[in-house]
Write a protein that binds this ligand. Structure first.
Ligand code: NAD
Ligand code: UDP
Length: 362
């Protein structure tokens, strides 16, 4: 059985947590990352947590020569492709950088995969592909539309994957559409480590709680929501990581139901038959919406720290509410999120407290 997985972007926030989940599920992991938004220390810590040195290759997914060397030296079952840039504001300022990194990078990777006949692929997509949803919860067949280059780059890759699946039935392509990943590993050893002042809500709140930032600006309190602040589907990063394990198990089961499934529990839950998966988009969310103020309150309770905040203007491009229908993930992958908002705050707080400067201090 081939159970080696190439994890591009595996040194990053979601990738590092997924490496642990993959190891625990019996997969062998090779991480490929250019460290443009991460540090080697994350890989060191993952290695310590799993008690085994992770194979790490420093490289860019646009470097097809290096990718060929990697594919020539390992026999992969498939690729989980986290590598990408993710800051919406930066993508507006530097669209070419984002299209080049996220779209051209994915094409380069898929081309090398095709050369080496590795055709099982799990892609990090995003709820951002749904734009401003017409109805809630958001189903996988909801209309897709994006307004910024980051979102467009995710959507463009989804279209490429759809076309690829049509052109060649031997590809198995899952696009996992993440909602709002937050939280950290329960050990407090790995977590989200923004380079600069955080753009995202949870790291901002935790930096206010630890005293690194003065106060949170809440973008808008006049949305048509429970308390006027934006509503999102926050999902614990370790639940998200398990979603990737479930996606791989599903692929194994579809391709060769009897021999290949590492996770027999999931195998039994899915009505598996041999064949190609084609292009399969799946939401990874909890199905529950939480408002910005509710998250602030939960974090203050868990951390026992006051979280100073002020209401400011809405942030351009933000939507009022966004939460997933998680039914498809449950039905096909046998996966559902287990952890609560309290767990998300507790684990973020532990990580923030133990690592006030992220990976830098080490
Ligand atoms: P992250 O920045 O922590 O991780 C991405 C990793 O990819 C980093 O380690 C970075 O160094 C690496 N990378 C970037 N470009 C690369 C390239 N050209 N070649 C090799 N490595 C490269 O981000 P994350 O939060 O872990 O996100 C992982 C993926 O999930 C991204 O594709 C992101 O767009 C997507 N996503 C993230 C969120 C979120 O809120 N965190 C939500 C939806 C989707
Ligand atoms: N938000 C906020 N202040 C911040 C960062 C975010 O009020 O400093 C709000 C934002 O307007 C949205 C929610 O928090 O309603 C989640 O934003 P985030 O950037 O974390 O994720 P997004 O859903 O935009 O991808």
């Amino acid at each position: 059985m081939k159970n080696k997985i190439l994890v591009t972007g595996g040194a990053g926030y979601i990738g590092s947590h997924t490496c642990i989940a993959l190891h625990e599920a019996g997969y062998e992991v090779v991480v490929y990352d250019n460290l443009s938004n991460s540090s080697r220390e994350a890989i060191n810590r993952v290695s310590t947590l799993i008690g085994q040195t992770i194979v790490f290759i420093e490289g860019d997914v646009r470097d097809d020569e290096l990718l060929r060397e990697v594919f020539a030296s390992h026999e992969f079952f498939g690729v989980i492709h986290f590598a990408g840039l993710k800051a919406v504001g930066e993508s507006v300022a530097k669209p070419l950088l984002y299209y080049n990194n996220n779209v051209s990078g994915t094409i380069a990777l898929l081309e090398v995969m095709a050369e080496y006949d590795v055709k099982n692929f799990v892609f990090s997509s995003s709820a951002t592909v749904y734009g401003d949803p017409e109805t809630l919860p958001i189903h996988e067949l909801s209309k897709r539309s994006c307004t910024n280059p980051y979102g467009q780059s995710k959507l463009a890759v989804e279209y490429i994957l759809e076309d690829l699946a049509i052109s060649d039935k031997s590809w198995n392509l899952i696009a996992l559409r993440y909602f709002n990943p937050v939280g950290a590993h329960p050990s407090g050893q790995i977590g989200e480590d923004p380079n600069d002042i955080p753009n995202n809500l949870m790291p901002y709140i935790s930096q206010v709680a630890v005293g690194k930032l003065d106060k949170l600006s809440i973008f808008g309190n006049d949305y048509p929501t429970v308390d006027g602040t934006g509503v999102r589907d926050f999902i614990h990063v370790t639940d998200l990581a398990q979603g990737h394990v479930a996606a791989l198990s599903y692929l194994e089961q579809q391709i060769s139901p009897e021999e290949n499934c590492l996770n027999t529990a999931i195998a039994k839950q899915t009505s598996a038959k041999s064949g190609s998966v084609g292009f399969l988009p799946i939401n990874l969310g909890t199905g529950k919406g939480t408002s910005v103020l509710e998250l602030v309150t939960a974090f203050a309770e868990v951390s026992k720290q006051p979280i100073a905040y002020q209401f400011v203007e809405r942030r351009a491009g933000d939507i009022a509410s966004c939460y997933a229908s998680a039914d498809k993930a449950q039905a096909l992958l046998g996966w559902q999120a287990k952890l609560s908002i309290t767990d998300m705050c507790q684990d973020t707080w532990r990580w923030q407290n133990m690592n006030p400067n992220g990976y830098q201090a080490s």
